[in-house]
Design a protein around this ligand. Structure first.
Ligand SMILES: Nc1ncnc2c1ncn2[C@@H]1O[C@H](COP(=O)(O)OP(=O)(O)O)[C@@H](O)[C@H]1O
Ligand SMILES: [Mg+2]
Length: 291
């Protein structure tokens, strides 16, 4: 199945243009929607999840016209919102059973479905605990379990790894990548590592517009030989910013000293060395509008 988004636009009543002619083609597998806070990721995901209207454009999942046939889409959708506010005091197994009722899963299958899902996300041993007592990672895994109810063909997870510690994040990655083998999974994130680890395809979105769509690898190849690095003193930072402006795409501290990355077709100056173009460099080069 394929998801085809064409020229989707949305302006909020306060005048913020959250989506600007967004067009994307997404096939089976893990698709990363990468963008900084405020890029429009949640707006796009809520629109695809039929929770919000777009002003114009179309979105088709196979034959289903998402913006018109909301019921049809909801039957094949699994959604984990950015703010998953279900921190119920009842046990996980009761909560999931309740959500299964809402999803229309037949009574004679419910017990089995709920048990299988709790096992799949590794919460079976914790099924009798209240979701409200779960750690962040457990809550997100519970969130995935509810998103998997009813065998969805399209799974949308909005910033699922924010706030997870490295161990929890790893367990969550493993779970997601298993799921992404047979269905379309769209994962939104501002964390470059999420996309690097999980996604075979991605889009970079900023200020409501798609700046890149394609494979992460291809985006990095395109930048090869155009990223340069230099270690500087903290006191030199302002001067470098002045000199390179948007072309200064990142700066991280290494041993307490800033290591700057500059985008440039040719060697930008003294003491610069060629640097690896990783996804982080791609991300900032796109966001800064230099590549
Ligand atoms: N309900 C709303 N009303 C007005 N502005 C909104 C609303 N929701 C989001 N926005 C604005 O739209 C832009 C995109 O927001 P959002 O889709 O939440 O981005 P992201 O999920 O990438 O952080 C931001 O500028 C945000 O402030
Ligand atoms: Mg968001």
């Amino acid at each position: 199945m394929e998801l085809r988004i064409e020229n989707l636009s949305k302006t909020y009543p306060n005048g913020v243009q959250a989506l600007k002619n967004v067009s994307l083609e997404i096939s089976t597998g893990m698709f990363g929607l990468l963008g900084p806070n405020g890029a429009g990721k949640s707006t796009l995901m809520r629109t695809l999840a039929t929770l919000q209207e777009a002003d114009s454009g179309t979105a088709m999942l196979g034959d289903i016209d998402i913006l018109k046939d909301k019921e049809g889409l909801r039957r094949v959708l699994g959604y984990l919102p950015q703010e998953f506010g279900v921190y119920a005091r009842i046990s996980a197994v009761e909560m999931l059973d309740h959500l299964a009722v809402l999803k229309g899963i037949p009574a004679n299958q419910r017990k089995e479905v709920v048990a299988a899902l709790l096992q799949r996300v590794n919460l079976w041993d914790h099924r009798k605990k209240a979701v409200s007592s779960y750690s962040g990672g457990m809550r997100q895994r519970f969130g995935i379990a509810q998103a998997l109810l009813g065998d969805p063909k399209l799974i949308i997870v909005d910033e699922p790894t924010a706030g997870l510690d490295p161990g929890e994040r790893n367990r969550f990655y493993n779970l997601l990548s298993e799921i992404g083998e047979n269905v379309i999974v769209i994962l939104s994130t501002h964390i470059v590592e999420d996309v690097r680890e999980l996604c075979s395809n991605m889009a970079i979105i900023h200020n409501g517009a798609v700046l890149y769509a394609g494979a992460p690898d291809a985006s990095m190849h395109a930048l090869e030989g155009k990223v340069w690095q230099k270690s500087i003193q903290k006191s030199e930072m302002e001067l470098q910013l002045e000199q390179f402006g948007n072309r200064l795409i990142s700066s991280k501290l290494v041993g307490g000293k800033p290591l700057i990355h500059v985008f440039s077709e040719t060697n930008p100056g003294e003491n610069f060395k060629p640097a690896n173009a990783g996804l982080e460099e791609v991300f900032f080069a796109k966001i800064n509008g230099v590549a």
